[in-house]
Design a protein around this ligand. Structure first.
Ligand code: ASP
Length: 585
């Protein structure tokens, strides 16, 4: 007998039909002489009822046994609204034990109580949890839609090497020793950046790849050592061309997976304005509460603290939250104070509250009557409003206020759910100064084009060179990065020089790439979309491991196969490698 339906596919429309199901036992209950078994497969869970005559046949059956059951679908006495198939059950007429199972070492249920480490150790059992299976199927669907949409738009999927040369994305490389070229190493690609640009030079015009990328980064809970990008590159376009493709792709993916209609075009905000308004380059636009610059109100202030800050080119920034004054007691405000002092090195956090028509707060006294009135007017303060103020260097004040904005939005529960706010952040700075390396480094990567009007400042004023790099942000998360690239060999060499790469070392690392520029390079640009991040947003999870079939722990360790691990001495000998120092045992 073959299976006729998936367990999760049955509904009242199948009543009186004879069906055959195959699945795992999710749960078993005995009720007098009856036995109820919840049978699970990829499509869902269905209750199977065994009457007195059948019960004996499933006496030894326990969780995770695999059963093949034939029977008739019938309405249940009492429906279970929590189950998709909750209105019906299958009355068993025949049953076969397909396979037995030992007691599972983890709890296989959506609301499992097993620790994550243990679940990762038995990931193949963890993946039987419906919630994870749904996410893997969602991820598959995202990839299918991406392939279909990009194909329809004229893009060609091309695979690029995994064994490659180092690419400059700013992280550490994973290295693979070469046996044939003893003493030499491959680097696993941090992204297919160089290859996709070479494909443009090769005349492919529109490329994409669902590409695995590898970055040996310091441990962070939202990172995995390997991850996937929907990697895109196209010739003969500009920002508008690239954005249009990504917007179409996002519209198709959101509609095709969670049924959400996105707007035709996403908002664009230049980086500098974004930092001024939100204190971050990945703002969550599901709520307002923008940073207000109050510096202008205090030009002639006698309040010494504000005076000093303004005299030293600082800013006075503020955030206003409605219906929040009564929610933040002295103790609550102290916690916010600690948060900005320890997290952002802010000197202090000041506040004002409007309660029953009167103003109070930590800076009430030192400010003049006129200044208080000006604040109330400027911020449009109403009853029960809370205003938080930071006076500090622009960098500290804006980043601290940006973080407070996010923290209070969460604490006050003002973030609407099931809303998706996309935002292009454009005109990123070209360079940032690395204290560690004591030189300017590329903010995005060194193939990003500077804005044409800023090329003259590459050496004289690198801090103020804007680039043609952009990010797409959704609900406070960076979903992708990309840029319009340099396609002129001279300019590329200048940019290398600006970041302190001598022509000699640039030639040594990317000589083949620089050479390629000499033979007719089209203008081009692209993006790398973080697939895991995208699926996380669609699935509504904060845990990156939920969207990866076989993830590593936060400390980049595979609990299941216990990788990385030692290898035989013979394997190392062939590679000419000797381990001289072990500090992780
Ligand atoms: N290679 C870039 C990255 O991984 C994306 C791009 O510029 O297309 O961030």
């Amino acid at each position: 007998m073959k299976r006729t339906h998936g367990c999760g596919e049955l509904s009242r429309g199948n009543v009186n039909e004879k069906v055959t199901l195959i699945g795992w036992v999710a749960k078993r209950r005995n009720l007098g002489s009856l036995v109820f078994i919840d049978l699970r497969d990829r499509s869902g869970i269905c209750q199977v009822t065994f009457d007195e005559t059948m019960a004996a046949k499933v006496q030894e059956v326990r969780s995770e046994f695999i059963l093949q059951v034939s029977g008739t679908v019938q309405m249940r006495g009492a429906a279970n609204p929590k189950m998709k198939t909750g209105e019906i059950e299958v009355l068993a007429e025949d049953v076969m034990i397909v396979n037995r199972a030992e007691t599972a070492p983890i709890t296989i249920a959506d609301d499992t109580d097993t620790s994550e480490d243990n679940r990762l150790k038995y990931r193949y059992l963890d993946l039987r949890r419906p919630v994870l299976q749904q996410i893997l199927m969602l991820r598959h669907k995202v990839c299918m839609i991406a392939r279909n949409t990009l194909d329809a738009e004229g893009f060609v999927e091309v695979e690029t090497p995994i064994l490659a040369r180092s690419t400059p994305e700013g992280a550490r490389d994973y290295l693979v020793p070469s046996r044939i070229y003893n003493g030499k190493f491959w680097a696993l690609p941090q992204s297919p950046q160089i290859y996709k640009q070479l494909l443009m030079i090769a005349g492919m015009e529109k490329y994409f790849q669902i590409a695995r990328c590898f970055r040996d980064e310091d441990l962070r809970s939202d990172r995995q050592p390997e991850f996937t990008q929907i990697d895109i590159e196209m010739s003969f376009g500009d920002e508008d061309t690239v954005f249009a493709v990504v917007e179409k792709l996002m519209r198709d993916i959101f509609k095709g997976t969670i049924g959400v209609d996105l707007e035709e075009h996403f908002v664009r905000i230049p980086y500098a304005e974004c930092i001024r308004r939100y204190g971050t380059d990945k703002p969550d636009l599901r709520y307002g509460n923008e940073i207000q610059d109050l510096s202008g109100l205090f030009r002639d202030t006698e309040f010494q603290v504000f005076r000093n800050v303004l005299d030293n080119n600082g800013v006075i920034g503020a955030l206003r939250f409605e219906n929040a004054a009564d929610k933040y007691s002295r103790k609550g405000l102290d916690k916010l104070q600690d948060f900005v002092k320890h997290g952002f090195k802010a000197k202090a956090l000041a506040y004002l509250k409007m309660e029953n028509g009167s103003l109070s707060g930590s800076v009430f006294k030192p400010l003049s009557e006129a200044e208080r009135e000006a604040i109330v007017k400027e911020l449009d303060m109403h009853d029960n409003d809370l205003v938080l103020i930071i006076a500090d260097t622009p960098k500290i004040a804006l980043s601290a206020l940006g973080a407070l904005r996010v923290r209070l939005a969460k604490e006050l529960d003002i973030i609407p759910q099931d809303v998706y706010k996309f935002l292009w952040v454009t005109d990123f700075p070209m360079f940032e100064y690395s204290e560690e390396e004591e030189r300017w480094v590329a903010c995005h990567h060194p193939f990003t084009a500077p804005k044409a009007e800023d090329v003259g400042k590459l050496f004289s004023d690198p801090e103020h060179v804007s680039s043609r790099a952009y990010d797409l942000v959704i609900n406070g998360y960076e979903l992708l990065s990309g840029s319009i690239r340099i396609h002129d060999q001279d300019l590329q060499e200048k940019v290398f020089e600006a970041i302190g790469l001598t022509m000699e070392s640039a030639r040594q690392r990317f000589g083949f790439f620089l050479d390629a520029f000499r033979y007719g390079t089209p203008p081009h640009g692209g993006v790398g979309i973080g697939l895991e991040r995208l699926v996380m947003v669609l699935a509504g999870t904060d845990n990156i491991r939920d969207v990866v079939a076989f993830p590593t722990t936060n400390s980049s360790f595979d609990m299941m196969s216990e990788a990385p691990n030692v290898v035989d001495k013979a394997q190392l000998d062939i590679l000419g490698i000797e381990i001289t120092k072990k500090d992780s045992e």
